[in-house]
Design a protein around this ligand. Sequence first.
Ligand SMILES: Cc1cc2nc3c(=O)[nH]c(=O)nc-3n(C[C@H](O)[C@H](O)[C@H](O)COP(=O)(O)OP(=O)(O)OC[C@H]3O[C@@H](n4cnc5c(N)ncnc54)[C@H](O)[C@@H]3O)c2cc1C
Length: 482
Amino acid sequence: MHALPYLTLDRDVRQLPLSAVATFNTQISGGVLTAADAAYDAARKVWNATIDRRPTLIARCLVTSDVQAAVRFAAEHRMLLSVRGGGHHIAGNAVAEGGLMIDLSGMRTIDVDPARRIARVGAGALLADVDRATQAHGLAVPLGINSTTGVAGLTLGGGFGWLTRSYGMTVDNLAAARIVTADAVVHEVSATSEPDLFWALRGGGGNFGVVTSFEFRLHPVGPELHAGLVVFPFAQAHRVLRAWRDFNATSPDELSVWSVLRKAPPLPFLPAAAHGTDVVIFALVHSGSLEAGERAAAPVLDFGEPIASALGPTPYAGFQGAFDPLLTPGQRNYWKSNNFSALGDGAIDVIVTAAAESPGPQCEIFVAQLGGAMARVAADATAFVARDARYVMNLHGRWSEPADDDKVRAWARRSFRAAAAHATGSGYVNFLTEDEGERVAASYGANHARLQALKRRYDAHNLFRMNLNIAPAAERAWQGSA
Ligand SMILES: Cc1cc2nc3c(=O)[nH]c(=O)nc-3n(C[C@H](O)[C@H](O)[C@H](O)COP(=O)(O)OP(=O)(O)OC[C@H]3O[C@@H](n4cnc5c(N)ncnc54)[C@H](O)[C@@H]3O)c2cc1C
């Protein structure tokens, strides 16, 4: 064998001489994997088990110059290119069948400067890595709620979690980033250095290049916060969700209360008889003092008659992993999500019906409460536009057996359509599945045209197309060498 078959950007099959692979291997600090390598199968795995793709090459990048070499190689061969941060996105765009995968998972260095309240974070870091490093100084940046998620993909799409109502989205706390663009040039971007590109990165996904490090602004948080879970029987679902919605109208920004409708996991504080029954779980975190948190969260216990609750002083970094056991990698996943500017009774009815029709024990509905600091940022201040979303509902279709693919997907699609009548019509690119490319323009709303113009400026040939793609304003004919 003198060559490896690969797919071009247009998905034509071409042959890559092994001599080119050997040369490329010398340019990448962590080496280049092919299907012949023992480490190949583990490296191509991502969180969602429905994604089972075989890249022709995996470039294990450890430093920015590796990424430059990989981008140059992909452009030279017009090779289909994907970028892997934490590998969590359900669409699976981190892995390109027949293409080159830039694997950033080895770039996990984190430097915290507690005096300046800044953290510089490598693009392969997971949320747990960042929370551990920043909480050692009593500091944190708003991230997501599952500690094994990658910081890179989360940040580039927007990023929200328990601290978002207090301190904004992850992108609102991004001070600077280092990015390799399609011409393999390194840019240090911030509000004062290439502000257009910096604007596009804050929500524009992986469309503009490969970010190799992020610099975040940090806030004093915890390390212990008032946090925990309150669990109600599903029979009270309408009542407790309405009480939650009404409570949220005046609750302080420091308090975030999300709802989760699913079968009760075997949590130690729940009576055994409740395990496996349908429940509504309110998960909450208060970012201020323990006393203020206890006061602010007390009314949640009165939404109905709880089965049980576990509220109290909780290490913030620990609570960041609270949902990890429900969101383990290796299961099949298909998600659909809607944004709501308000949660009317009609929307609540749809959510409760969807939960009642849940097609399997791992399926669940998460409804995140947003607003607060996030909503006070102008919609055109960052590429992320949906500042009016007060709630994001995520229908987590999750199952084990391929035989259940159609059943679970049909449930998610049906429930999504029913909820759409009550939703804003925009979406969150970090939650879109691979068949939702048509939702990208609506997800960026009034910012889409500016993003398309910037995509043309920085990636006119759409080298970075394995993502929720923003098409360049007008694609130019390719002038590369291959
Ligand atoms: C279990 C679970 C829980 C989640 N919870 C939350 C949550 O609470 N809040 C929230 O906001 N989101 C949440 N998400 C969504 C999450 O933000 C996205 O899945 C995000 O894309 C994950 O980032 P990643 O680096 O792990 O993903 P990857 O799959 O590695 O990357 C996703 C895409 O991002 C791009 N990308 C990744 N790294 C880079 C880089 N360095 N440079 C350029 N482009 C890059 C690529 O286009 C890639 O295809 C959750 C997802 C899961 C699966």
